[in-house]
Design a protein around this ligand. Structure first.
Ligand SMILES: Cc1cc2nc3c(=O)[nH]c(=O)nc-3n(C[C@H](O)[C@H](O)[C@H](O)COP(=O)(O)OP(=O)(O)OC[C@H]3O[C@@H](n4cnc5c(N)ncnc54)[C@H](O)[C@@H]3O)c2cc1C
Length: 280
């Protein structure tokens, strides 16, 4: 089909599954590759993410795959379904993109897809986006999250310069979910056990004795937990907004479509509650 004038199509990348690896009982690594990654790169942020595009059930899209065209020509319920995942590693030399998926049961699209992924399977995705890299000028770093943020936390820790002072807290289901990371920072692994998601993480960050100096913080995970942590860090600890990368990566009881649709309002309400800003 001819390009429409005046519009630069947002073409997704296509990828093929090269190999998979079960890192822990609840974390599946999928390495993507193939010719479709020739225009991809991801080397400026340590929280780079991609938007995986899963076809709506029973729908075949026209070639070349063009999300905007699909959105114009197909009814909403037939649009591809988006799921957001961190670039755990981008190997520019071999053009391989590694993504680590939390396996959180039978529910959802991306988790089950990753669990069943086999070499040769294909996948479309947009991106990358990203906004955070540990600031080398900061006096110390705080990284906190659950297993959904572990890929970004791990990547960030690996990029920290030698000697950088950092505290990293990662909440996981239990000891079997701990990963060996290639970094000099000692990660504090918090085992959730039977406690509600996020409780152990909030407790650990609350109990941290904050060192002197400017902190640069990266805090992501379940939205309810992140809300508590935001209050602690923004309101109680008065960390300036620009030194805080903080957001809900997922929300208990909501799939990503529901969470993304409500996220703006959720964030505005939290800001109003915590900082007295007018709610949007
Ligand atoms: C910038 C960004 C980067 C992210 N990076 C990663 C990453 O690298 N790896 C990763 O695994 N996730 C990551 N996430 C989170 C991921 O996008 C969500 O967990 C997403 O909802 C998973 O999609 P799904 O199709 O498996 O489940 P959905 O269909 O979205 O949800 C189905 C059900 O599962 C629940 N659920 C979703 N995620 C989890 C979870 N982690 N634990 C327990 N229950 C859950 C939902 O609340 C819902 O009830 C990231 C999110 C963002 C915004």
């Amino acid at each position: 089909m001819a390009e429409r004038p005046g519009r630069k199509p947002r073409r997704p990348h296509s990828a093929r599954v090269v190999r998979t690896e079960r890192l822990t009982p609840h974390m599946q690594r999928v390495v993507l590759g193939g010719e479709g990654l020739s225009a991809f790169s991801a080397d400026t942020c340590t929280d780079h993410y991609v938007k995986l595009l899963f076809p709506a059930e029973g729908v075949t899209y026209p070639e070349p795959f063009d999300v905007e065209r699909i959105r114009e020509e197909f009814p909403r319920e037939q649009w591809p379904v988006t799921r957001t995942y961190t670039v755990r590693q981008w190997d520019a030399e071999h053009r391989e993109l590694t993504v680590d998926f939390v396996i959180h049961g039978d529910e959802g699209l991306a988790g089950p897809w990753a669990l069943n992924a086999r070499p040769g399977d294909t996948l479309w995705f947009m991106g990358p986006g990203g906004a955070y890299t540990p600031d080398p000028e900061a006096d110390w770093h705080l990284l906190a999250g659950d297993e959904s943020a572990l890929p970004a936390i791990a990547r960030s820790l690996e990029e920290l310069p030698d000697g950088a002072r950092a505290y990293a807290f990662v909440e996981v289901a239990g000891p079997e979910e701990e990963q060996k990371l290639d970094c000099s920072v000692e990660v504090v692994w918090l085992h959730r056990g039977d406690r509600p998601v996020g409780e152990a993480l909030v407790e650990a960050v609350r109990n941290l004795e904050f060192p002197e100096g400017r902190v640069h913080a990266f805090v992501h995970g379940e939205a309810g937990c992140v809300k508590e942590l935001r209050k602690l860090l923004r309101v109680e600890r008065q960390i300036p907004r620009e030194d805080l990368s903080i957001s809900g990566y997922w929300r208990l009881g909501h799939n990503e479509d529901g969470w993304q649709a409500s996220k703006r309002e959720w964030n505005a309400r939290i800001e109003a509650e915590q900082e007295g800003a007018p709610a949007a």
